[in-house]
Design a protein around this ligand. Structure first.
Ligand code: RB5
Length: 144
């Protein structure tokens, strides 16, 4: 599976670590930037990642910014994207098992690289439970 990844300047150092970690684990990685710690605007990389996930160009996505909130807000503007914020192992598990997040968002300024790797490992290794959770997901996007 190829995983899309993006970060703003606050998430850039952690993104570099995760790209290396994921490649070492055998995943394909498509890096949407940013590529330095120069200040930039998180929507500029969040939107291309969301579009690639929706187009099936990548199997899922990982996004990083300082708090995770800017990335989550930008990504969740796209119908079909379920970007979920996780900062520990239990939430990483639940954001897949219950919310079937297709983009994992992490707060780069508030977690260690070791915690980020544990979150990624857990999210990738957890299955969606379906059932009542599928019903709830089906209600996320309001009927037009
Ligand atoms: C950048 O300073 C910071 O605002 C950004 O990384 C993120 O936390 C926004 O949600």
């Amino acid at each position: 599976m190829t995983i899309g990844i993006c970060a703003d300047h606050a998430g850039f150092p952690l993104k570099e670590e995760l790209v290396a970690y994921l490649r070492k684990k055998g995943y394909g990685v498509r890096d949407f930037g940013t590529f330095s710690t120069d200040s930039m605007d998180y929507p500029d990389v969040a939107h291309p990642l969301a579009e690639a996930v929706l187009a099936g160009e990548v199997g899922c996505g990982i996004a990083l910014c300082g708090t995770g909130n800017g990335m989550a807000m930008s990504l969740n503007h796209h119908a079909g994207i379920r970007a979920g914020l996780a900062w520990n192992k239990a939430i990483a598990e639940l954001v897949k098992a219950h919310n079937n997040a297709n983009v994992l968002v992490m707060p780069a300024r508030f977690i260690s690289p070791a915690m980020a790797r544990l979150i990624v490992r857990t999210w990738l290794g957890t299955a969606f439970e379906g059932g009542r959770h599928q019903r709830r997901i089906d209600k996320i996007e309001p009927a037009r």
